[in-house]
Design a protein around this ligand. Structure first.
Ligand code: ADP
Length: 645
């Protein structure tokens, strides 16, 4: 065989090897990517190194989340490897072979992990000593296995080294070529992708499980609106459902602006702790406290972490007690999350861990944040409910008090009203008799029964007589009001000839009209009016009041009375050419004590009772009344109806 031929054969051999590798790689790749279980993916990877790729053996180490340590995860399963494993596991379990990446001594596996490069060597101890396997042991293994050379290849996922694959080649095998290296690197990359997928899948599965648990917690904590129950359920779920060591909730009191320990998880260890802490509601922490992380988390609305429980509990709890509680419950780290609702902090949630805070996975962090959010919602609802209830009770009290006050006031008013009515009634009765006497004597004097009087005296006495008449009218109206309001008014209906009654009234008022220079006219109908059914006395009062008003509010004019026929009764109209009424005045005409704006100027003696009495009496007699005017200075018209007899 010449040199050329030899060369050719060697190249062919290399090519064959490459084809074999590639097809194996393809197969392994398929196996890896169809598997989503992380452990299985790792096993397939390591097994393939030996069985499919034809290497003597291999081991896989993975870097932990912290990036500071690396664990030997699996070794290939050949007899020899088993032997190695048995030697190793005689000393300690495989998983316990941990490599500290921060130490200065670096073997080639550690270098591959740290610098992401491929390292080749011949001595096993260069790859695994002094950690995790001491050099002596490594040399022993090397001797018992027929190791030729070794390769350490980093597994790189998304630019970051996640682990190292160590390949072991048998003695006598050809030297590791660049091709071999390339294939190993490709293999490591494929394995990396497979593992990454499996990890992702597991993570999602875990997330899903966590979500299910969180949903259960949410269901439980939102099923009640009792604040202390809600808080207790939350901290209990922290231990029973999420498997943390302990949970504690402190809430801000809106009045005192202090934090109060509200709930502590009810595990047996924490029960003792609780006894040591004492009554929860009394343990207040100032929200401004710089050291207590419950206060800091709530105030800054930021998650806090510590490995000292005293930073959570003291003050108010004594530091020694806090330390004992921590020891008793084997708490190694604590995470404190603010409990938020609608952008406000309601308090904080502390979670005790059985590991240091740096070991908390992203997944766990997310779960805790979600829990704190759910807690915020549930607590906010419960607090709102409590406030509403308290408000309801206050409201009830308030309404009760106000109602009582009103009742008392009403009683007083009723009594006062009664007293007033009685007073008016008595006063009017008392006034009526002397007024009639005065009237009687005055008219006798005016008529000359006591001798002739001079014109001058006559004029004065006439004015006295008119004033007396006003007083009589006023007293009558007051008596009427008092009768109407006490329901004591006498109502004795009988057929009445209205035209005759009007004649009477006008006769009575003639002197007054004359002194006011008012023409008093009754425009008699051309037809014979049918009798109406009414109380004679009361109807007399009505007409008297209306015509009297007409005279009072007209000077130098006319007051005219007319009768009109209707289907069911007669209508009496009293029309004057006097001061008239504004719209505003008209609106309150028939109300008690209500007088027009200009009425005072025109006639000071009024009481505002007349029209009120008139309306009541008309209505009592089954009629209706209305007053109208075209405006100020344009006269007024009052008309009322009375049914036929
Ligand atoms: P008083 O005349 O004592 O004030 P009334 O109850 O009789 O009380 O009348 C109420 C008000 O109605 C009067 O103050 C007056 O403003 C208005 N009023 C009544 N009758 C007339 C009328 N004929 N012309 C103009 N205003 C009137």
């Amino acid at each position: 065989m010449d040199k050329k031929e030899q060369n050719c054969k060697a190249r062919l051999g290399r090519l064959e090897k490459k084809v074999k590798y590639l097809s194996v790689l393809h197969e392994v790749n398929k196996a890896i990517s169809s598997e989503l279980d992380f452990e299985k993916t790792v096993l397939i990877t390591v097994d393939s190194i030996e069985k499919k790729m034809g290497f003597k053996g291999g081991a896989l180490s993975l870097i932990d989340d912290s990036g500071k340590t690396m664990h030997v995860h699996a070794a290939s399963g050949s007899k020899l490897a088993k032997l190695v494993e048995s030697i190793l596991t005689n000393v300690k379990p495989l998983q316990d072979y941990t490599v500290d990446l921060t130490r200065s001594h670096e073997n080639l596996t550690i270098k591959a992990a740290k610098y992401g490069k491929v390292y080749i060597g011949e001595r096993l101890s260069d790859f695994i000593s002094p950690q995790p396997v001491p050099e002596k042991l490594a040399n022993m293994i090397q001797k018992s296995m027929n190791i030729g050379s070794l390769v350490a290849i980093p597994i790189i996922i998304r630019g970051k080294v996640k682990g190292v694959l160590d390949f072991i080649l048998e003695k006598g095998e050809a030297e590791i070529t660049e091709d071999d290296k390339e294939i190993m690197i490709t293999f490591a990359r494929q394995a990396g992708i497979g593992m990454e997928n499996a990890l992702l899948y597991e993570q999602i599965q875990r997330q899903y499980q966590d979500l299910l648990v969180l949903r259960k917690i949410t269901d439980v904590i939102t099923s009640t609106l009792d604040l202390s129950k809600v808080a207790q359920e939350i901290v209990n779920s922290v231990t029973t459902r999420l498997n943390f060591v302990a949970g504690l909730i402190s809430l801000i009191d809106a009045d005192t602006y202090q934090l109060y320990l509200t709930a502590i998880s009810e595990t047996s260890g924490m029960k003792t702790a609780r006894r040591m802490i004492g009554s929860l509601g009394k343990q207040a922490i100032s929200i401004d406290d710089k050291k207590n992380l419950l206060a800091v988390a709530a105030r800054d609305m930021k998650t806090q972490t510590t490995d000292k429980l005293e930073e959570i509990l003291s003050p108010p709890v004594n530091i020694r007690i806090a330390q004992r509680i921590q020891k008793m419950n084997k708490i190694r780290g604590v995470v404190v999350l603010p409990i938020m609702a609608q952008g406000r902090a309601l308090g904080s949630l502390a979670i005790g861990l059985d590991k240091s805070v740096s070991e908390v996975t992203d997944q766990e962090k997310e779960t805790l944040i979600t829990l704190a959010n759910e807690a915020g919602l549930a607590i906010d609802n419960a607090q709102l409910f409590e406030r509403t209830q308290r408000f309801n009770i206050e409201l009830k009290d308030e309404v009760g008090r106000a109602t009582k006050e009103l009742k008392d006031a009403n009683k007083k008013l009723t009594n006062l009203d009664k007293a007033k009515s009685e007073f008016i009634s008595i006063a009017s009765h008392q006034l009526r008799t002397p007024l009639s006497t005065i009237k009687g004597y005055l008219s006798m004097i005016l008529e000359g029964d006591y001798g002739i009087i001079s014109d001058k005296v006559g004029k004065v006495l006439t004015r006295v007589y008119n004033s007396n008449e006003r007083l009589v009218a006023l007293v009558n109206n007051m008596l009427n009001v008092s009768r109407i309001e006490s329901g004591r008014i006498k109502f004795n209906p009988q057929p009445i000839q209205l035209d005759l009654l009007i004649d009477d009234v006008l006769g009575e008022l003639a002197p007054e009209a004359k002194s006011q220079r008012v023409d008093l006219i009754f425009k008699k109908p051309s037809w014979k009016p049918k009798p109406v059914l009414a109380d004679q006395k009361l109807l007399h009062e009505v007409i008297l009041n209306l015509v009297d008003n007409g005279i009072k509010y007209t000077s130098h004019g006319t007051v005219m009375v007319r009768l009109k026929r209707h289907l069911n009764g007669l209508e009496v109209q009293v029309k004057d050419t006097g001061i008239g009424m504004s719209k505003e005045d008209k609106g309150r005409l028939f109300k008690k004590f209500s007088r027009g704006r200009d009425a005072y100027r025109h006639y000071t003696g009024g009481s505002g009772l007349g029209l009120y009495v008139v309306r009541k009496l008309v209505e009592l007699n089954g009629g209706q009344i209305e007053g109208s005017s075209k405006g100020k200075g344009k006269g007024s018209l009052f008309k009322f109806t009375i049914p036929y007899a």
